[in-house]
Design a protein around this ligand. Sequence first.
Ligand SMILES: NC(=O)c1ccc[n+]([C@@H]2O[C@H](COP(=O)([O-])OP(=O)(O)OC[C@H]3O[C@@H](n4cnc5c(N)ncnc54)[C@H](O)[C@@H]3O)[C@@H](O)[C@H]2O)c1
Length: 440
Amino acid sequence: MRMTVIGTGYVGTVHAACMAGIGHDVLGVDIDAERVAALAAGRAPLHEKGLDALLARGTAAGRLRFTTSLTEAARFADLHFVCVGTPQRPDGDGADLRFVDAVVEGLGPRLRPGALVVGKSTVPVGTAARIRRRLTDLAPGTEVAWNPEFLREGAAVHDTMRPERLVLGVSSPRAETLLRAAYGPLLRRGVPVFTTDPATAELVKVASNAFLATKISFVNAMAEVCDAAGADVTLLARAMGADTRIGPRFLDPGLGFGGSCFPKDIRAFAARAEELGAGPAVAFLHEVDRINTRQRRRTVDRARALLGGGFAGRRVGVLGAAFKPGSDDVRDSPALAVAAAVAAEGGAVRVHDPQALDNARAAYPDLTYALDVPKACEDADLVLHLTQWPEYRALSPAALVPLVRTPTVLDARNCLDGRVWGAAGWAFHALGGPAAGGAS
Ligand SMILES: NC(=O)c1ccc[n+]([C@@H]2O[C@H](COP(=O)([O-])OP(=O)(O)OC[C@H]3O[C@@H](n4cnc5c(N)ncnc54)[C@H](O)[C@@H]3O)[C@@H](O)[C@H]2O)c1
């Protein structure tokens, strides 16, 4: 099938490469000419496992091209996936839909009758209906569907090729047939499909993110109670997670969530519910957000306490800049927020990350960066573990001891092996461990 993918960021690049990978003819579209040129030359603008190979294969086979022209897009295909960003509005909590609207205004008048516009961007419920009304004027005889994206950064190619489910929010059997044909090779692998109306599809996405964010903030709230009570939240989470009704995933106490999705999606959800008169139903999301933000402060407070009350003149090695492992995305990264807060209080911070250093430098040019872990830890009075890269779990703590000034580490992601670090001579502290107790 021929299809376009409009917006070639994290979602669009992966979607375009995977659709070409399963045999479709794909035209990727972006307003960022530099990005389009890089993609056309086979260079991914982001780090995702397996993406480079898929891009190379798609472009070499002639099944994957890129352009900046919506006119070319409208002529190329009658199936258009919209993957542009929907960030938080600069003036409030709601979603900024200007990129989605720009696509509708730019593509609409050029669409051929029968074209299907499929939103993948995460949007407030009601957006598909609003776009459909607009396209009734701009492009009679076209249709709108919503097919939210659930990929996880860091596993984006895997999640696109083997999704846990597909949600097809459609208004006609024809739209469903087209989407089932587009995903045919995946469906033959047995991927479950949920066919809904567009509004329900929009809501499945935000409700799922809201649920996961709530689970993370729940366990972090328990961490605060454990701190106050002298209990161990790591053990508590493990014991809770053993209950199959609860499950262990997303129940890791620590620095909390960040990135370009959860924070803005829960805010936009609460704002949209408010507009619909259902604000009280999801008012708890404000608390979920507050708990999450508080974890960054808790980490800084804990680090300051470990240094005896202040950062001024102290060296702090920071392990991690990406908002999560497997990705080079630093948007709303908890790790960088903590590093910047420590630097703002006079700490001499040196940040390492296996993949995200370029993006981190662009976002926080005033921080100092290190190309390897030893350099980040050199002469450190404290090492902060802030992104749970497997590389950091594989470190030899004994090899780092001679490099640092004081072998003290704070594991804000609760995933390093405290016994191994302790045995190597480190004073090991975890955000999930007892605040005053030292080794945990
Ligand atoms: N990143 C994720 O993990 C993820 C997962 C699921 C859903 N989503 C949702 O998917 C959407 C895209 O997210 P992302 O992280 O890929 O965003 P992104 O910011 O990485 O990419 C958006 C791209 O759209 C392009 N763009 C903007 N306006 C355009 C226009 N008028 N025409 C063509 N291109 C245009 C931008 O140049 C950019 O390359 C968002 O709604 C997001 O919430 C993201």
